[in-house]
Design a protein around this ligand. Structure first.
Ligand SMILES: [Zn+2]
Length: 121
């Protein structure tokens, strides 16, 4: 599973997996921009931890989901929001996703909602 990223200097896309080699200095493979100037020696290991953690989370969620089916529904926001909250806001080039993201941002600041149920009336 790859995690896409974008260079803050040249704006080109790369993969987080391209940054896990300490010898590369945690720099943009295209323009050489230093992504973590003061932490070039430790940042690659942190990037590797993120990839391992994401894969572990996705695998565990899929595993539990296959055991429980519809009998147990985990709260999506409880899982996704803490992750989303650590990432800076960026304008996505996919308008649908951007709209959805803004909607969720709005919902987070609104009054607590009852559990969502889909009405067929
Ligand atoms: Zn770059």
């Amino acid at each position: 599973m790859s995690i896409n990223a974008r260079c803050g200097s040249c704006n080109r896309e790369l993969l987080l997996g391209q940054l896990v080699q300490p010898s590369n200095g945690f720099r943009c493979p295209f323009c050489g921009f230093a992504f973590a100037p003061a932490y070039a020696t430790v940042a690659p290991a942190v990037a590797a931890r993120i990839m391992v953690a994401q894969a572990a989370l996705v695998t565990a969620l899929a595993e539990l989901g296959s055991m429980t089916g519809g009998r147990l529904q985990l709260d999506r926001a409880a899982i996704l929001d803490p992750i989303a909250g650590t990432l800076p806001e960026v304008e996505t080039k996919q308008p649908a996703l951007a709209r959805e993201h803004r909607a969720r941002w709005w919902a987070r600041n609104a009054a607590p909602q009852p559990a969502q149920t889909i009405s067929h009336q």
